[in-house]
Structure formats: C-alpha cells, structure tokens
Ligand binder design. Structure first.
Ligand code: COA
Length: 378
C-alpha cells in the first residue's frame, strides 16, 4: 500500500480555507449565503422554518401537501415523553442552559427507539424528533428552573409559535412569532461552521445522530461560536450608555480583546444575516422603548469597521432582537440550537451518505527520545 504523504507546508491553524468535505446543504459564495441554492434573503422574506427544514433535508422545496404533512409530523413529535420529563426535572439547573441542553439531548436518546439504528430512514425519524423537541426541551428548562410546570406544545402550531408559547405560557404576539420564525430561518445552517464540522466529525466514525448532535451543542456553546449572542447583550449592558461605546471598542482593541458578535472567518464584507437582523433590531428596540441598545450597537458596528475593518456577524444584532422579545439572556444560545438542529441533521445525513472517517494529522512539536525514570528518582 502506498505510504500516506504528510503535508509538510504551514499548519492551517483553525483550518482556515481548508475544504474538508463536499456539501450540497448550504454555501457561502462571496458574501451570499445560500441554502440548497436559495439565497438567505429570499428564504427569510418568503419562507418559514418548517419549509426551510424540509428544504435542507430533501434538497427541494415541498409542495403544499408535503409541507402540510411535514408540519403535522413535526407537531406530533414536539411533546416530550412523560418519563423523560420526569428525569429532566431532577437535573440541577444551576449550570449554563447550554450545558443542561447538552445533557438533555444526550438523555433523549434513551427514549428513542431508533437510537441504535443508523439507517437513512431511522436517521430521518430521529432528525425529525430532535428538531421537533429541541424547543420544547429549552422551554422545559426555563419552566423547571422557575419552578413552573412545563407548558405542553400545541398541535397544528408552528415551531416558532410553540416556542414562544411554551416559554411563557402566554399567547404570543403574531408579529413577534413572525420575527422569531425569521430568526430560526437565518440560523438554520451555515456551511461548514464549527458545530456543523463537529457534527460531521462525530458522524464520520459512524456514531449515532444523538451523539453527533451532542458534539455540535458542545461546539455551539463556546463564545467564539453560538455563545457570542449572549455575550453581546452582556457587553452592551456592561458598557451601559452610548457615550462610552466608542471608548469601549478602542480599549478592547488596544488590549487585543475580542468584541463579541464582530468578525467572521469567511465573510469579510459583512454577514448577510446580520444585515437582516439589523433592521429587525432597529424596529424592535424602538417598539419596546429602548432604542439605545440598537444605537449603541450601530456605533460599535461602525467603530469596529473604521478601526479594524471588521463587521458584525449573525450574533451581533440577534442579541438585541432576542432582548427586545424579552427572552432571557442565557437562552439566546439555546435558541440558536433550536434552529441549527436542522442544519446539524442535514450535515450528519449528508456525511453518513458519503462517509470517510475524519482523521487528520498533527505536526509534532514535543520532545523526542525521553527515557522513563522510576518515580522516586524524579
Ligand atoms: N474583536 C476584536 N478583534 C477581532 C475580532 C473581534 N470580534 N475578531 C477578529 N479580530 C481580530 C483579531 O484580533 C485578529 O487581529 P490581528 O490580526 O491584529 O491579531 C484578526 O481580527 C483576525 O482574527 P481571528 O481571531 O484570527 O479570526 P478568526 O477567523 O480566527 O475568528 C471569529 C473568527 C468569528 C471567531 C472572530 O472574529 C471572533 O472571535 N469574533 C468574536 C466572537 C464572535 O462573535 N463569534 C461568533 C461567530 S459567528
């Protein structure tokens, strides 16, 4: 067998620009994001989360009957098994909700009759259950930590409507449901981002879908990925008022600290999702009578651009959007998972269908030739 050639050039720290797989789920072309060939602007304007999920999994838009059937399937799977909910109630809630969610999703596999079946049909069923239940699980966390009984999902209502209803138990405003649905669309997938890659790495060992999704949740949790949206609102609150915003940015740059929600590995002229969210943020912060958060955000946005040529990513304006919807700050990243579960499942299914295990190499920088010495001689 021919010896594997090891690349001797510079190490691609963070794999910047490395093409690690082929994919037909979503693409970034220049500064345009496409899901299965449709631009994100087109989908955000005209589609809905359920339809986008169908699109990501089936490589085409559904017809009317298919969409209705898909919505019904999702509705049927939204509730949580009673015994599972009982165990969820015993989990301590004094951890970050993303840590709780990671455990909850792992636990869910114990109730999934397809857990050990890695066939395409079983994976589709599991993807559907995970997507349907993710919002219910996040809302159950919110109820449990507030010592309330979790609100059950309602059949024939959308994922967005149910999430907002289960979060508070109150009938959600229809314009906010629309906004939330748009947010779900915007976050549904994003080419080979960190958590999609984590999904594919785990799936590539032919491990099960729940394991792949748990890997993804762990990756999303970090502040350099999905965790940034929560950090943005904490940063804005910490700055406190607009007069201090410019100096905050200059100090952060001088100290070589990251300004959260800014910058992107791939987009260098701005993230198209941030442009859409910026408009929503402006409207909603005005609506709640707190336009200062939007104004502060735009000043930070402009200053970062001027000082460093960096622009906002999806997490920057989604923070003030969720804040304006009165969503608890530490649920911002779990909400990302409520949407991105669709993309993770699409990537896992694509990986299973054309698999080769991920097994790159590391460039050795450690010591060589050491000899073991007995412990008493060290
Ligand atoms: N604030 C301040 N400086 C930033 C920055 C930010 N948010 N993002 C990047 N930079 C700077 C780096 O300090 C570095 O500067 P230098 O060349 O002078 O040392 C340069 O821009 C390149 O940054 P780097 O961290 O190498 O970029 P990356 O491609 O590895 O990382 C992100 C991309 C998104 C992780 C990075 O921009 C970041 O950490 N942003 C904040 C966290 C965030 O919003 N994450 C959500 C991503 S969707």
């Amino acid at each position: 067998m021919a010896e594997v050639q090891i690349y001797e050039g510079a190490v691609d720290k963070g794999l910047e620009g490395v093409v690690a797989c082929t994919t037909a789920v979503s693409s970034i072309v220049g500064d345009t994001l496409n899901f299965r060939g449709y631009t994100i602007e087109d989908l955000a304007e005209n589609s809905n989360f359920e339809e986008v999920t169908f699109l990501l999994w089936n490589d085409r838009l559904p017809n009317k009957n298919e969409l209705q059937a898909f919505r019904s399937e999702l509705s049927r799977e939204m509730s949580l098994p009673a015994d599972y909910l009982k165990v969820l109630k015993t989990l301590p809630t004094n951890v970050h909700p993303m840590a709780w969610l990671r455990t909850a999703v792992s636990l869910l596999s114990h109730w999934d009759t397809d857990a050990n079946d890695n066939s395409p049909e079983a994976n589709r069923r599991k993807a559907l259950r995970l997507t349907a239940k993710m919002g219910t699980i996040v809302c159950a966390y919110e109820a449990i930590r507030n010592k309330r009984e979790p609100v059950a999902p309602q059949a024939d209502k959308s994922v967005a409507w149910n999430f907002m209803h289960m979060l508070t138990g109150k009938e959600p405003e229809s314009d906010l449901v629309k906004v939330f649905d748009t947010c779900l669309i915007l976050h549904a997938d994003h080419e080979l981002n960190c958590s999609a890659f984590a999904t594919r790495v785990t799936a590539s060992s032919l491990s099960d879908l729940h394991s792949a999704v748990v890997s993804a949740i762990g990756a999303l949790k970090g502040p350099l990925h999905g965790g940034a949206n929560e950090q943005v609102i904490l940063m804005l609150k910490n700055i406190g008022n607009i007069e201090k915003a410019q100096q905050f940015v200059k100090d952060a740059l001088a100290a070589k600290e990251k300004v959260m929600g800014i910058g992107h590995r791939v987009y260098k002229n701005g993230d198209p999702r941030a442009r859409i969210l910026r408009g929503i943020s402006e409207k909603l912060t005005k609506k709640i009578g707190e336009p200062q958060w939007y104004e502060m955000s735009t000043l930070i946005d402009d200053t970062m651009n001027k000082e460093k040529g960096l622009m906002p990513n999806v997490d920057f304006y989604s923070a003030t959007v969720y804040y304006s919807m009165r969503i608890p700050t530490d649920l911002f990243t779990p909400i990302f998972a409520v949407s991105r579960i669709t993309g993770w499942c699409a990537h896992a299914m694509e990986q299973y269908a054309n698999n080769r295990i991920y097994r790159p190499r590391g460039r050795w920088t450690g010591k060589d030739g050491l000899k073991w010495v007995p412990v008493e001689k060290r």
